[in-house]
Write a protein of this length. Structure first.
Length: 293
């Protein structure tokens, strides 16, 4: 049985940890509200823009000739993986990293074997995980959450778009956590380049549109914007999901700390009772010895 001093030290340590987890939960809750509002406001616009792009990009000559809609033989692949910069958010990072690894192994085993799979990490945790696996990692935008805005997401998207247009990559896939609620994040894998799938092309190739000011001007403006918006939406989704996961993890940690604290207090009381009982027995034993003398 642990000494009274050891148990007291453990109780003090657990109390200090619980204060930290409570504070982290409150901070995450405050940040979550703002992040949740941003992604909820973004989704209708992103959805409508993607629907429009899906309809016009391959339904018109200009859209079909865009460098971002060209379907090529897949030799080189880029995975854009969105993780957090910090831990203490439960299985948030682990889940998205595992999903990315499984997706690569399932869909690009040949490219992976040849070393033709690269990862653009938005968030430090993803960069660290894939660097250990020997996969080429671009760390340029690992600090994206330190300066979260459309401009920073646009920079990452423009770099990827330029590489795709030059033929450096033949497919680009986003892997991220989609925010559903505080306790639930859904892993999404979304191919953003080339922009339109063959199924969409078949469904929309016969659609007629009237363009103002001109077909070329509108299509060439909307296609890059839709790609940039997809990256920004994934970052906002992941940001809200991270705060939700951290809030849930810290709440659970505080709850577990409370249970541990109860157990330690019971152990402390038992140890203290045992020490008092031992002292009483020693006193009684001494008194009986004196009587006998």
């Amino acid at each position: 049985m642990a000494s009274l001093k050891e148990v007291r030290n453990r109780i003090t340590s657990v109390n200090s940890t619980m204060q930290i987890t409570k504070a982290m939960k409150m901070v995450a809750a405050a940040k979550l509200r703002r992040a949740q509002d941003r992604i909820i406001q973004m989704r209708p616009y992103a959805k409508k823009l993607n629907e429009l792009i899906a309809q016009v990009s391959q339904g018109t000559e200009v859209g079909a000739s865009s460098p971002y809609t060209q379907v090529r033989e897949v030799k080189n692949v880029l995975i854009i993986m969105v993780t957090s910069d910090r831990g203490l958010c439960g299985a948030f990072n682990t889940n998205v990293i595992k999903a990315a690894v499984a997706f690569i192994n399932e869909n690009y085993p040949t490219q992976l074997e040849k070393g033709n799979v690269s990862v653009l990490s938005l968030g430090k945790k993803g960069s660290e995980a894939f660097a250990r696996r020997g996969i080429k990692v671009d760390n340029e935008f690992t600090d994206i959450f330190q300066r979260l805005s459309f401009d920073t997401a646009k920079e990452a998207a423009e770099k990827v778009m330029a590489a795709f247009a030059e033929g450096t990559y033949d497919e680009v896939v986003l892997v991220y956590n989609e925010f559903k609620n505080v306790a639930t994040q859904i892993i999404r894998t979304e191919k953003i380049l080339p922009l339109v799938s063959e199924e969409t092309e078949e469904k929309t190739s016969n659609t007629d549109y009237i363009f103002e000011p001109s077909e070329e001007e509108i299509i060439l403006e909307l296609i890059p914007k839709a790609i940039k918006l997809s990256v920004f939406k994934a970052v906002l989704d992941s940001n809200a999901s991270e705060h939700g996961a951290r809030m849930t993890a810290m709440d659970k940690a505080t709850e577990n700390g409370g249970e541990l604290l109860k157990a330690l207090k019971i152990e402390y009381n038992r140890s203290r009772q045992a020490a008092i009982t031992k002292e009483i027995l020693e006193i009684v034993g001494g008194a009986e010895a004196l009587k006998g003398a």
